[in-house]
Design a protein around this ligand. Sequence first.
Ligand code: DGJ
Length: 427
Amino acid sequence: MKISRRSLARGLAAAGTETLKVTARVYGDGSLPFTFTKGRDSQQLSWSNGRGDVDGEGSYDRMHGSTWDKPGCTSPAKSTKKIEIAKPIPARGEKMRRAIDWFATLASLALVAAGVCAAQSVIRPGEPWLDSRGQRIQAHGGGITVWKGTYYWFGEDRSQANDPEKRYVACYLSRDLVHWKFRRQVLVLADPEHLGPHWVLERPKVFANPSTGKFVMYAHLDDAPYKLARVMVAVSNRIDGTYTYVRSFRPLDEESRDIGQFVDDDGSAYLIFESRPTKGFFLAKLTGDLMSVEKTSFIPAPLEGGALVHYGNLYYVVGSHMTGWRPNPNVYATAPALTGPWTEFKNLAPPEANNYDSQSTMLLKVKGSKTTTVIFMGDIWRPRELWDSRYVWMPLEMDDGSMHLPPPQLWTLNVKTGESAIQANGK
Ligand code: DGJ
């Protein structure tokens, strides 16, 4: 980021007024964390683009020395951003100190910018994750679909403003898996099958059909006591367009509650679903049109939150025990093929850690030019305030059949090289 002399002069002249404006140039993918020094006041920040539209805003609490990631800047292109820093009008005599503060802030911005032009992307497990509007990401129990080099995150939208009679799926896009641009609520569904009050739509997953260019959403559909146990299918011609409800069914004629998605290296797409009467997971390959499934394999383990990844020469499956919204130690098993044989299940993390209060939802493989990172995507559920549920995304430690979930810490990811790194002081 460059701060021009004119902007500096303008900043000085403006010190002591309510709003300071700085024009900054944002490089790289724009994932630019702004770090301020400790011990200053808190302040409100907002960003506007060249046309004057505000494309990101938030607050930064200097007292706690935290960093504030600028949402809204997901463009991979260079762009000029106007940063407006609203400051309280200082008391008389404070003006000089404020002006000095202002220069210090500019200097730290410039320093930070110089150091992060390579666009460091920090993931903060368990912390509120903001989208491009500065709003909490609502993609619980979600899934990631990769389409034309872009990541799309779909999930349960539990926003407080939602109509309680309807169920919502939100869609976000990202090129770095850290900064997410809100696209829209791609599914806004009224009770489709007379399921009654408190009907359930959970864990939506979207599959892309490269041959038809169509997109199919699966989700767990249920009534309040979770007796229906079906999947619903909805379709769209655009990945982030409006999805139209088609039907619901029991895959393979089996009860189906939690679902997961998996796309193998050859592009084959699979639905993972938990079937209580059979006490296990089914892996079911999607048919060519993605509208139905055929049996691939059955894993005899009464687990939910099923997720799968193909890493090295092995398939790894992860699941949680059935304790409702409450977390429990998640487990994993491996097999040389989807059809097995599967090993015994082992703990993903020390059992006393209770999976760091999270429940598995997906395993995402990021294969880059240098290495491959597998991300554990989990949900920290807050059942009384589902809108406030959080995410635990962490890079898994994987080695020839073993898989370990490290404690949640700040970490960085480079999707181009596939490299991930836990930050030294990553708490
Ligand atoms: C656990 C499941 O994984 C969640 O998706 C949700 O269905 C809760 N159970 C409901 O208790």
